[in-house]
Write a protein that binds this ligand. Structure first.
Ligand SMILES: *Cc1c(COP(=O)(O)O)cnc(C)c1O
Length: 470
């Protein structure tokens, strides 16, 4: 057989489109995606024939081609932003979307999305309202601040704050706190962008109150800034100025003291091994303005929350940048519900997923691990499965070097490498992201909810069957 004859055997796109096996897809898939998939598989077949020089001629297997077409259609139908199961044990995994919202917050998002709302409407008076009003009082009440506003994320909160309070003026900050947060958020660069001038004081490991005091210049100074070193710790021969001392200095010179807190922890979790400053405590320390993220330890949507003295908050609300970094109704809906959970701090520990994942007991994690291990063992003998102790993490650039002891299911493939299992679990219809530690696949139970156990088991079992077949 020569190339020309082989090429003649390639089916036409229109013929393939009439194949019954494609009918189901026409119901809910854009025709263009189906045609494109057919064309790609046909083009690949043609390529193979054209490249063929000697030896066995390439075969045209219609069933095989149809399988490839269906595979491609399925791939193209797949959304890019998909949900997945986080088996890494890292609660605020930045790559996996940081905080999971509470049920109530998720419901409220979809309600806000599907309906008209009071976003900027005052129902009582029938006039235009403010989008800040929905949560300002709520946040202010819970954290004990005079005012509050919400912007796109904490990076924009810091930018807005410095632009509004320190443009063309100096911002005094300790050399030990010139933080870089992943993704090119650097305090010195944000400062420049906001039109403020960085005035570094102290040294990397030690900064004293007098360092700040000596740098204050009545003409030039605009803000005293403290930055929580969320993602690193300076240890050993160190000294930093506490927030309340800095606040007192600010009052003495009538300068606003701004605290970039970062993580937004609302409840004291020292008891659970989390040593982080909380939002209410930061306000009590006397900071004039505190900024933090919505989707770190607060456990809400991506947002930047700015709280503090009313006169400063009002000044930020009026700043032109406020419009540039404003949040949409879905964020506000999620945030309002999240803050409402904190009206009852004890319940919040159960209802806000970030907190429940931190406060989950060893027993609960162990039970989940046993459940998963047994399900998988019963269905396949492709693995050696064990329930073992593990170390989870908060993540998201919070609480460096603080590990949370928990339980994981350890999976060792009898005939396959951990890398292969990790990759195959990622490729499942409902992807499971895991970590590999010492040649084992670990599925950490801290970040896997009870109702997700079946999904993880299904993935492991499906992969296991594939491995057993060889
Ligand atoms: C995380 C963090 C930021 C950035 O917050 P995003 O919400 O990610 O923009 C800024 N400052 C500190 C101290 C942080 O921890």
């Amino acid at each position: 057989m020569d190339k020309r004859e082989l090429l003649k055997q390639i089916p036409k796109i229109d013929e393939v489109l009439k194949d019954q096996r494609l009918f189901v897809f026409f119901e809910d898939t854009a025709r263009e995606l189906i045609v494109e998939s057919v064309r790609q598989v046909i083009d690949e077949a043609r390529e193979r024939i054209l490249r063929w020089e000697e030896g066995e001629p390439p075969k045209l297997d219609p069933d095989r081609m149809m399988e490839e077409i269906i595979g491609k259609i399925r791939q193209k139908k797949q959304k890019s932003l998909r949900s997945l199961i986080n088996g890494t044990g890292t609660i605020l995994h930045t790559n996996l979307g940081r905080a999971r919202l509470s049920e109530e917050a998720s419901r409220n998002v979809s309600e806000a999305a599907m309906n008209y709302s009071t976003l900027e409407y005052d129902l009582k008076r029938g006039t235009r309202g403010s989008r800040h009003s929905h949560i300002e009082n709520l946040i202010a009440k819970i954290v004990g601040a005079e005012g509050a506003m919400v912007v796109n994320n904490n990076a924009s909160a810091v930018l807005l704050c410095l632009s509004a309070l320190a443009k063309n003026r100096e911002v005094i900050v300790s050399r030990g706190e010139l933080v870089e947060i992943g993704g090119s958020f650097r305090i010195p660069e944000i400062m420049e962008l906001g039109g403020a001038h960085l005035r570094e004081v102290g040294t990397t490991n030690k900064t004293k109150l007098d360092d700040y005091r000596n740098a204050i210049d009545e003409e030039k100074t605009g803000v005293l800034l403290k930055v929580h070193t969320s993602n690193y710790k300076i240890m050993g021969f160190t000294a930093e100025v506490g927030l309340s001392e800095l606040a007192a200095l600010g009052r003495e010179y009538e300068l606003p003291v701004v605290y970039d807190l970062g993580s937004g922890l609302m409840v004291d979790l020292k008891h659970y091994g989390i040593d982080e400053p909380t939002v209410p405590e930061s306000i009590r320390s006397g900071a004039d303005v505190v900024t933090f993220s919505g989707d770190k330890l607060l456990g809400g949507p991506q947002a930047g929350i700015i709280i503090g003295k009313k006169k400063y908050i009002d000044c930020m609300k009026k700043h032109p940048l406020a419009r540039v970094v404003r949040v949409d109704k879905m964020t506000l809906a999620a945030l309002e519900s999240t803050f409402r959970e904190y009206l009852d701090m004890e319940k919040a520990k159960d209802r806000v997923p970030v907190l429940s994942m931190i406060t989950v007991t060893m027993d609960e994690m162990r039970n989940k691990a046993i459940l998963l291990a047994e399900q998988v063992r019963r269905a396949t003998d492709a693995y050696e499965i064990e329930v073992i102790k593990s170390e989870g993490q908060i993540g998201g650039g919070s609480t460096p070097n603080q590990f949370l002891p928990g339980y994981a299911v350890s999976v060792i493939g009898k005939d396959v490498s951990p890398d292969r299992i990790e990759r195959d679990l990622r490729a499942c219809e409902e992807p499971v992201v895991v970590r590999i530690n010492q040649d084992r696949v670990l599925i950490d139970m801290r970040t896997v909810e009870k109702d997700e156990i079946d999904i993880v088991a299904k993935g492991l079992i499906a992969c296991g069957r594939k491995y057993s077949r060889g």
